[in-house]
Design a protein around this ligand. Structure first.
Ligand code: FES
Length: 112
């Protein structure tokens, strides 16, 4: 069974976490299941960027993002080559190491 390691995030999981994942489950669903409240403003319909995550290890095991996801990601805060939308990235058969960005666009617009 693949595992997702979430790197520590100040608010969402200060200690980090290692969670068993089922193949085909999205990164976002795995996090939410364990109480890591990654935002998901559009209810997982690939229409926002609040579920943005960066896949530090195992990125290549994921199915490639489609055009819609790429378009949304372009608008994400802190975009990196290994960025994905958590609600679209489905776990395959490899372990992943995932970083949750410090900000999402929602927070940035609220705080600044
Ligand atoms: S929750 Fe909006 S794109 Fe993932």
């Amino acid at each position: 069974m693949p595992k997702i390691v979430f790197l520590p995030h100040e608010e969402l999981c200060p200690e980090g976490a290692a969670i068993d994942a089922n193949e085909g489950e999205t990164v976002l669903d795995v996090a939410l299941r364990e109480g890591i409240e990654i935002e998901h403003a559009c209810e997982k319909s690939c229409a926002c960027t609040t579920c943005h995550v960066i896949v530090r290890e195992g990125f290549d095991s994921l199915e490639e993002s489609d055009e819609l996801e790429d378009d949304m990601l372009d608008k994400a805060w802190g975009l990196e080559p290994e960025s994905r939308l958590g609600c679209q990235a489905k776990v395959a058969d490899e372990d992943l190491v995932v970083e949750i960005p410090k900000y999402t666009l929602n927070q940035v617009s609220e705080n600044h």
